[in-house]
Design a protein around this ligand. Sequence first.
Ligand SMILES: *Cc1c(COP(=O)(O)O)cnc(C)c1O
Length: 224
Amino acid sequence: MTKTSFMSQLNKINETIKTIQNKSKLAEKNIKIIAVSKRQSVEKIKEALKQKHFCFGENRIQEAYEKWPLLKETYPNIELHLIGPLQTNKVKQALSLFDVIETLDRVNLAEKLKKEMEETNIQIPCYVQINTGDEPQKSGVLTGEAHDFISFCIHDLLLPIEGVMCIPPQDDDPSIHFAYLRKVAKAHNLEKISMGMSNDYEKAVFFGATHIRIGTSLFGERSL
Ligand SMILES: *Cc1c(COP(=O)(O)O)cnc(C)c1O
């Protein structure tokens, strides 16, 4: 990876986003690109930071702890999103390293987050992950329970819920999933909609994503 390739990929994606914004009434004006750095080296991450890209996503707590504490000390602007499953026994660790948790998807995790936020006095924005395809093997709250769960988190637990997130099924047209996620967000007045990855971000932008999560298209194939 050369010094400029992250930047040239980022520029290309931003150009594509602009084109879609001009075509779609649902597209948001401000779209944040989360550079998904899971299984990417610290060297690659540093190249992105040098180009002044500060928003990243990681999916494993342990890997994130190996890579990010020092970087976050050096670059205070970093915004690190947790985009992978969170176990209740890792909540405290997650709160002290990440800036956003995108994978809140069950009652016991919500309750644990509430408790740890109170104890540590660290409040960070959370997104509710929705299993839009109701796939048994996948994380995320099931569609039939999504509204109740979001209400519970917001009104009963008073958690700082700011958005929703989904990963559509591999072999479905993602459009219906993105349209659905946007509806859920709007129904609860949630501003942040995290959807779309390297292969489907164009559709996600078309349907109103505020955050897209891009790994391989920015960094190349994962290696670690
Ligand atoms: C890995 C991952 C991504 C990025 O995937 P790419 O196809 O490399 O863009 C986005 N979101 C989640 C939740 C991921 O685990």
